[in-house]
Design a protein around this ligand. Structure first.
Ligand code: IFG
Length: 492
């Protein structure tokens, strides 16, 4: 039980109470529709791994070997995402106040099973033993996210779903999709069709472009929702807009239409801000993103607007955040937006450790909530060490230990204003799912633990041993993870 990542709040083993999942085991559900996503997900995972039927039955009908998922008053301290997992030789029981709690309990149950449960087909020779005992658990922060940059290089729906699967394993609950940048526009906007057809036609180094249709984006949203993960779309402005300007030169102030861009420089592009057309563009893009996104948040970027006049920048931030609120969503911006006076409710995301925390302090001073993504801890696009072929270096190297051994409270943001943490995976140098997996694991697991587990559970020396046991699981999942040298993988 002690190898579960993120570390649960409390673990009470009872080794004489092991439960064995057998061909007659059922999933017994009580609590109505909200219990279904967890039940459906758990049944699919157990059926695939064990080869057993694992029917889902109402709790009232369960007679034998039951894995009970019950939505009931499991105690206010668990909140909506926490759970109580109890394992005896007679039954497994997951209790929670809401569906997300059941789903997170199912992820813990998954990690208690032999790693072979992750395989695409059942081995037939494994004893599916769940160690007896009780786990009571709930998260430290509400926002445990990962950002995937699909603009520098495009990744299709199947890759994004695979990434969502990795996030679910570690109880992350947000996938922030960086949909637009200088090199690519990756979401179809019906009222501005060339954004995707022209702006999405290429990628860094001239690699293949691509974009999500509205239907494909909704498919991603629904797949994430079934795993209690919220999709947060990012439309980055006023900088990082070259793809949009190449599609619609009238959005640029430049006399000559900007060409499509396949390099990896930043800060050279800006929307032309004092144009009614730009206002219509902002409103219609945000309007369509809001209509496609059931989640509460839309990310407006705001980073590295080096070609935007500072006074214009502040007015722009206020205008765009207002537009997002007007479309019923909550705006998030990279923490530079804190240069502008922000209305209550706006969220800032701190990333740029080169500013010595100034933008985090500015956001904290405005009393708004902050998501912490300090690049020298959370940017998993950075090399692990000097030998890493993939990745950038400006904030790195970021070792497995660097990604784990930090404290969100050390950035000058009072604990009540820390909304949570988020890993960032920029894809200037990443082209395949194998590249994404290599940079993501093991480091994501540590960032997820920082977001979920109590500060008192934080210990690199014990974490690195617990982490080593996850290699078998990643192998069973066919994940192309990196055997980082700061972990002793023989402990696994
Ligand atoms: N900073 C840029 C990203 C990306 C990154 C690579 C932010 C908010 C460096 N902006 O991080 O577009 O280029 O590590």
């Amino acid at each position: 039980m002690s190898d579960v990542i993120p570390a649960p709040v409390s673990i009470h083993p009872a080794r004489d109470e092991d439960f064995v999942i057998s061909p007659s085991s059922v999933i017994a559900v009580s609590g109505g529709d909200a219990a279904q996503p967890a039940a459906t997900w758990l049944a699919a995972m157990l059926r695939r791994g064990t080869g057993y039927a694992i029917p889902i039955v109402p709790a009232t009908e369960a007679r034998q070997s039951a894995i009970a998922l019950s939505l009931d008053d499991a105690g206010a301290s668990l909140g909506d995402e926490g759970y109580r997992l109890t394992v005896t030789d007679a039954e497994v029981r997951i209790q929670a106040n809401a569906g997300a709690g059941l789903f997170h309990g199912a992820q813990t149950l998954r990690q208690l099973l032999p790693p072979e449960i992750e395989a695409e087909s059942s081995e037939g020779t494994v004893q599916w033993v769940v160690p007896g005992g009780e786990i009571i658990d709930h998260p430290r922060y509400r926002w445990r996210g990962a950002m995937l940059d699909v603009a520098r290089h495009f990744f299709g729906v199947a890759d994004v779903k695979r990434y969502i699967d990795l996030l679910a394993l570690y109880k992350c609950n947000v996938l922030h999709l960086h949909l637009t940048d200088d090199q690519g526009w990756r979401i179809a906007i019906a009222s501005w069709p060339r954004l995707a057809t022209v702006g999405g036609s290429t990628a860094v180094d001239g690699d293949p472009g691509g974009y999500y249709s509205a239907a494909e984006y909704r498919d991603i949203v629904d797949y994430a929702a079934a795993r209690c993960i919220n999709i947060v779309p990012e439309f980055d402005a006023p900088g990082h807009v070259n793809a949009a300007l190449a599609a619609y030169p009238e959005l640029s102030c430049a006399a000559t239409p900007p060409a499509l861009y396949t390099g990896i420089e930043v800060g050279f592009s800006t929307l032309c801000l004092d144009k009614p057309l730009t206002d219509r563009f902002l409103d219609e893009v945000i309007g369509e993103l809001a209509a496609l996104t059931p989640g509460d948040y839309i990310h407006i970027g705001g980073d590295e607007a080096k070609s935007t006049q500072p006074a214009d920048y502040n007015a722009f931030v206020q205008k765009l955040t207002r537009i997002v609120f007007d479309h019923g969503k909550v705006p998030i911006g990279w923490a530079e937006i804190s240069k502008a006076p922000l209305s209550a409710g706006v969220v800032a995301q701190y990333w740029d450790v080169n500013d010595a925390g100034r933008s985090a302090h500015a956001a904290a001073a405005q009393g708004i909530e902050v998501i912490l993504s300090p690049a020298n801890r959370c940017y998993i696009d950075q090399k692990y060490d000097a030998t890493t072929q993939l990745g950038l270096t400006w904030a790195g190297p970021v070792s497995v230990r660097d990604a784990y051994d930090w404290e969100p409270g050390d950035y000058g943001v009072p604990e009540p204003q820390i909304l949570g943490i988020e890993a960032g995976l920029w894809t200037e140098t990443l082209r395949t799912m194998a590249d994404i997996e290599y940079m993501t694991l093991p480091r994501l697991a540590g960032i997820a633990e920082i977001g979920w587990s109590q500060q008192s559970a934080h210990s690199w020396d014990t974490y690195r041993q617990r982490l080593a046991t996850h290699a078998e699981r990643w192998e069973a999942m066919s994940v192309n993870f990196h055997r980082a040298t700061d972990v002793d993988w023989t402990q696994g």
